[in-house]
Structure formats: C-alpha cells, structure tokens
Design a protein around this ligand. Structure first.
Ligand code: NAD
Length: 438
C-alpha cells in the first residue's frame, strides 16, 4: 500500500509504515536467530479495535468519526501508547506506532508493552466543546480495552493534557470512582507527574548530548533545525537552546521560519505555551504558531529538512526523510523526536553519507519513561519532586544509550539496528518464558 507523505510540501512517496516495521522485525529476527513462532507473533498486532461513533457538532448536526485502538504486544506489561488526533490517521499508521511503542519500552527496559490509538479528525478546526464530546465518546468506545492494568493511553500529535483529563474523567465516571492510572500525561492537578510535559523533549536533549559526546561535536554553538513545534519539538528547541545550541529553524504543519543567526525560542514558546499548557487546541488558523512570529525567512517543511545545520530534529510525523531528500540532508546528526520520520531507504543513504541517526525508539523515549513514572505515582498516590523525576529519566536514557551504542560498536550496525536488537532480544526472552496459552 502506498500513500502520500503527510507534509504538504514534501516529496516522499512511501510504503506503509506497518509494512516497513514488519520488514525491520523480520530482518532483526533473522539476524538474531529468533524462534520462528516468536517472529510470527511480533510482526502482528495482538488486538485491534476500529470504532465509528457519533459526535454532535456545534451546528447541531451529527458527524461520524472513525477511531482506532491497537495493542501490539503486552508480554512485558500493560500496553502503553499515545492517542493521535490528525486528519491523516490510518489503521496502518496506528499499527506501526503500536509496534514502535513495544520496542521503545523494551529499549529502555520499562515493564510495558506497546499500544496506540487515533481518531481521524482535525483538532485545529474543532471547538473545545466538540473536542471534549469527541474525546468522551471515543473513550467510552475503547473502554473495553483500556485500563490501568491493561492499556494506558497518553498524549500524541493533536492531543494534550486537557484531552487526557477528559479521558480520565470519562473512564472514572464509568467505574464510579477516580482512576488516575488509566492515562498518563494528565495535568498535575489530577495526578500528573512533574516533568511529564517536558519529558520527550528533555530526553531528546539527553540523546543529543550523549551522541555529540561520542561524535566529538560541541553542542555549544551547534546549529539546529526542528521540524514540528508542538509538545516534543518546542521542548527540544528550548532544551537545546539552553545547552547553547543555535536554533536556526522551526516549523509546524503550516510551514517554518529560518534565521541563520538563531531564533528567539522563548518568544516562540510564549505563544505555544498558551496552546499546550492551558489545553486549548485552537490556534491561528491561517498561519499556525511559528510563521509571522518574528523577523525570519518563511520556509516550507521540505526546505527545513535540507537546511545547512549540525543537528536536525524531526519532531512532527512519519516518513519525512525518504530516498528523495535523504541525499540532500546536510546535518551530521539526526535526533528522531517523531516516531518513524526516516524511511528504510533513507537510513541507508544517510549511513553512506556518514550521518549519525539516533532513532525514535531511543531518542524519543523520554515521554514513555516519565509516563511510567507517572503511572507508578498515580497507582501509589505518592508523588515525587521534579528533580527526582528528571534524574531518574536521565539515568534510564543514559543506560539505554550506552547499551545501544555498545551493540552498535560490537555488531558494527547503525544505532537503529542496535536498538531493535536490544529490544527484540528482551521481548523474545519474555515471550519464550511465558510460552503460548493454552
Ligand atoms: P503535537 O501535536 O504537540 O505537535 C505536532 C507538531 O507537528 C505541531 O507543531 C504540528 O503543527 C506539526 N505537524 C503536524 N502535522 C504535520 C505535518 N504533516 N507536517 C509538518 N508538521 C506537522 O505532537 P507531539 O506530541 O509533539 O508529537 C510529535 C511527534 O513526536 C509525533 O511523531 C509523536 O508520535 C512523537 N512523540 C510524542 C511524544 C509525546 O510525549 N507527546 C512522545 C514520543 C514521541
């Protein structure tokens, strides 16, 4: 199955993300001599729910929305993964995102499996009331799958702490008592964790630090381009800017801004904060968050990826770097904040060019790590201070990075292959121990 890349201005024509991840699983299982039965189970998702449900819109009409919740594998613990609200959500994409969650949890060795959910909708053009009604009905529809011990959603593209609060409230109303452990990424006031909102961006910064160290690259004064200025992208830009990097370009779905002297990230964040932290999904409908925000050249998302810079952080959606634009990438280091931003063909081109890619399943695990901390805190009703959360996050990410780097050096493979080997080895051992029921 082929589909158009989601960036309007990009040129990528790509195979299905799920087929891509299945091929990667096959290649790693064959390389590691993984049992055929385990390989066959790993390349499919365990449970898939498709829901078509009604929402009353502000004009009084009823609209039918389609949503998904998919659990890929729960051998190592409850299934865990975000919920995406985006017009381009598909069943195929949701399956791939669920697999990547299983791999991420295993790379950083937290006791979770992988899941993902999504609703085909455009939150940019929906009112807060419509979004709340959509969220509450979708939650009811998928409530046969989710729960603190079985499947725990979190924010992803187009959803935020406010959406998580509605999910938590709806699930709790069904149960008749408050169940904060049913979602992570909740607001602090209802059992969220300190440091969760920033976690994925902070984790990308830790990855950039560790990778720069290995490459002998100075982060201070390194130039950075960030695609996607939502939760992940805006936090990465903020943290890398604090490290002394010069953020020369950022973008959102409408396009980007470029200033080779560096952008004022704090100025841009003030605008973003009102969207993300207050839980309002409505934005400037003509230009988005970044265009027109300061004296900088306007660029497309495709142009941003090919800019002259030291570090590129794709933090929007999948399949942005493909065989058509990979050879034009000028960055020496790519930190994958988004899930699946680089195709397999692009990986090969980048590797031949000597570009180091820190893959999604390692670089963007900060969110799921602190989600795990939030879930533990929610279940115990005992909350940690932020320094504790950040310190534990850094330790987990550093350990995982060093383990992946060591496999990469020992096996002479790129960091993505090494991370998949680490993850699949852990999941396969757990599956072998549990066996097949009955
Ligand atoms: P978000 O909704 O907060 O931000 C997404 C950003 O990408 C926005 O700026 C949006 O305008 C932009 N965007 C959306 N569609 C685009 C397109 N077609 N082209 C270019 N830009 C586009 O979402 P987020 O939570 O920051 O997630 C971004 C990426 O990071 C996704 O791939 C997500 O799966 C991944 N991720 C998120 C988390 C998390 O904790 N939120 C954790 C790990 C990975």
């Amino acid at each position: 199955m082929f589909q158009r890349s989601q960036v309007k201005s990009a040129v990528c024509e790509v195979a299905s993300p799920f087929e891509r991840v299945q091929k990667q699983i096959d290649a790693i299982c064959e390389r590691m001599n993984i049992d055929q039965g385990i390989q066959a189970r790993l390349r499919e998702c365990e449970r898939e729910l498709v829901v078509n449900f009604p929402v009353r819109m502000d004009d009084g009409k009823v609209k039918i929305f389609t949503g998904f919740r998919i659990q890929h594998n729960d051998t190592r613990g409850p299934a865990k993964g975000g919920i995406r609200y985006h017009p381009d959500v598909t069943l195929d994409e949701t399956r791939a995102l669920a697999v990547w969650m299983t791999l991420k949890a295993a790379v950083v060795d937290i006791p979770y499996g992988g899941a993902k959910g999504g609703v085909i909708c455009d939150p940019k053009i929906m009112s807060p009331g419509e979004l709340e009604r959509l969220t509450r009905r979708y939650t009811s529809e998928i409530s046969i799958l989710i729960g603190p011990e079985k499947d725990v959603p979190a924010p992803d593209v187009g959803t935020n702490p406010q959406v998580m609060a509605w999910i938590m409230d709806t699930y709790s109303m069904h149960k008749g008592y408050s169940v904060p452990g049913v979602v992570t990424g909740k607001p602090l006031e209802i059992g969220g964790s300190k440091g969760r909102f920033e976690a994925t961006g902070r984790g990308c910064m830790f990855s950039a630090r560790l990778a720069a160290d290995h490459l002998g690259m100075e982060l201070k004064e390194a130039t950075v381009a960030v695609q996607g200025f939502g939760n992940v992208g805006s936090e990465v830009a903020k943290f890398l800017s604090k490290e002394g990097c010069r953020i020369v370009a950022v973008s959102d779905v409408y396009g980007g801004v470029y200033n080779p002297k560096g952008l004022d990230i704090n100025g841009l964040l003030t605008r973003d904060a009102s969207f993300a932290r207050l839980g309002l999904l409505a934005r400037n409908k003509e230009t988005g968050l970044v265009i027109g925000s300061e004296d900088a050249e306007t660029i497309t998302n495709a142009e941003l990826l090919e800019l002259q810079c030291d570090i590129l952080v794709p933090a929007a959606v999948e399949d942005q770097i493909c065989k058509i634009n990979a050879s034009n990438i000028k960055a020496k280091l790519i930190i994958e904040g988004a899930n699946g931003p680089t195709t397999a063909e692009a990986d090969e081109i980048l590797s031949d060019k000597g570009v180091t890619v820190i893959p999604d399943v390692l670089a963007s695990t900060g969110g799921v790590i602190v989600s795990y901390f939030e879930w533990v805190q929610s279940m115990q009703s005992f909350f940690w201070d932020e320094a504790d959360v950040n310190d534990k996050l850094q330790r987990r990410m550093t350990n995982a990075f060093e383990e992946v780097m060591s496999i990469s050096q020992h096996e002479k493979v790129d960091m993505r292959t090494a991370a998949y080997m680490l993850a699949i080895g852990r999941i396969a051992r757990a599956m072998a121990l549990r066996g097949i029921y009955p």
